[in-house]
Design a protein around this ligand. Structure first.
Ligand code: 99T
Length: 204
């Protein structure tokens, strides 16, 4: 599989970490890319109209996106224990937790683009605060309602949450999400030791 890649992207990190967890990292060829919401990358656009990373290319040239689909595709392709539970409540809980991690990230990324990309005279503080409030309420929900499950099982939901929290450390270190989420912070410190996460710390 070929993968349009960015070392800063938490969504790409989910794919890379899952590939490491499932012993498939060597089968992925990284393609350099420069995805951006304003200046778009024509090489990605040729395969994915959103122009976003991750975008994967299969042997037959067909494209797979987004991170959720690529993760589930890779998980279906190996023989070891699955990160996507196959059925029952475990599956729906894992997918909901994964969706929560994605929603946290979507809000964080919009906040990042607002403050790093948008010209200063066009910024709207209330909108930025609205995105950061989504990040904060997601962290609060993880601490209050998901922490027992996070401590009990490492599945696609937990992997997604770890990548989301890693992105907060990477781009929003000054906001200190740990201050209001001590159990989540302790869980994250432990889970970050997994080679799949230790080897994919965001850079850029
Ligand atoms: O918005 C764009 O056009 C370019 N942005 C991206 O490609 C980001 C890179 S993270 N990726 C996504 O938004 C993917 C979201 C999708 N739902 C998925 O794959 O799950 C860049 C982070 C940073 O540099 O701070």
């Amino acid at each position: 599989m070929k993968l349009f890649y960015s070392p800063a992207s938490p969504y790409v990190r989910m794919v890379s970490a899952l590939a490491l967890e499932t012993g498939q990292a060597d089968s992925i060829e990284r393609l350099p890319s420069a995805a951006g919401p304003v200046k778009r990358d024509a090489s990605i656009l040729a395969h994915n109209p959103s122009g976003k990373v991750p975008t994967a290319l299969l042997e037959d040239g067909s494209a797979l996106y987004d991170s959720r689909v690529i993760c589930e595709y890779l998980d279906a392709r190996h023989q070891g224990p699955r990160l996507f539970p196959a059925e029952g409540p475990a599956r729906w809980q894992a997918l909901t937790l994964f969706a929560l991690a994605q929603a946290l990230l979507d809000a964080a990324l919009l906040a990042r683009y607002e403050s790093a990309l948008r010209p200063e005279d066009k910024r709207w503080d209330d909108w930025l605060e609205g995105q950061l409030a989504k990040v904060d309420s997601s962290v609060a929900e993880l601490e209050a309602d998901w922490i027992d499950r996070l401590e009990a099982a490492f599945d696609i939901g937990a992997l997604g949450v770890a990548c989301a929290l890693g992105y907060l450390d990477f781009r929003f270190a000054e906001r200190d999400w740990r201050a209001t989420a001590p159990r989540l912070a302790a869980w994250y410190a432990e889970v970050s030791k997994r080679p799949s996460l230790a080897q994919t710390v965001p850079q850029g």
